[in-house]
Write a protein of this length. Structure first.
Length: 186
């Protein structure tokens, strides 16, 4: 099985105040992830731009909470993650972003400015796999840092990956370590 593995530590910042108020936020079944690679020397300007964009979206009453994460090591990346309960909910959200005049105006204002700050960007959709997760279910609001591992499985080898992941559960709690991890297959 040809598996690409990349891991980096990220600091989390919360964009939407709704996330702070959520006492028991469970893992969503689907997550959209926007990954931005920030140009060297553009960190501060990009952060200022994203704060202004986030405030504008909040004022326009964006219908979902978003979690922003920035890399503490490795490439200078920012990830924007929004959780949904179904693929249909993702489509409804996307349609609403385009159909709502206030949200469309915010996007029209801020999207073009991204080119000044970003070297690369891409989007992905991840599906939460409870059967492959370990020690999940902790509220996201209780976490200060996360380790994100992105595993790419070669087309046609998903069953092998699932088998390998379920054969050997992690034994760290027996060593006295507390591990909080959610696994997703993208």
């Amino acid at each position: 099985m040809n598996v690409r593995f990349r891991s980096f530590v990220v600091a989390t910042i919360l964009l939407a105040p709704g996330l702070l108020a959520a006492q028991q936020m469970t893992s969503p079944k689907w997550i959209t992830i926007g990954r931005e690679v920030v140009k060297p020397g553009k960190d501060a300007a990009h952060a200022k731009h994203e704060v202004a964009w986030s405030r504008a979206l909040e004022a326009a009453k964006i219908p979902a909470a978003t979690l922003a994460m920035v890399a503490m090591s490795g490439p200078n990346e920012a990830w924007w993650m929004t959780g949904f309960e179904s693929a249909d909910a993702i489509q409804k959200y996307n349609d609403g972003m385009e159909a709502t005049p206030a949200l469309a105006a915010v996007s029209a204002k801020y999207y073009p400015l991204e080119a000044d700050y970003l070297a690369n960007t891409f989007n992905m959709i991840a599906r939460y796999r409870d059967d492959l997760s370990y020690n999940s279910g902790s509220p996201m609001t209780s976490l200060r840092y996360m380790v994100v591992s992105r595993v790419g499985v070669k087309l046609g080898h998903n069953a092998e990956f699932v088998e390998a992941r379920t054969v050997r559960p992690i034994q760290r709690p027996s060593a006295g370590l507390t591990v909080k991890r959610n696994s997703m297959i993208c």
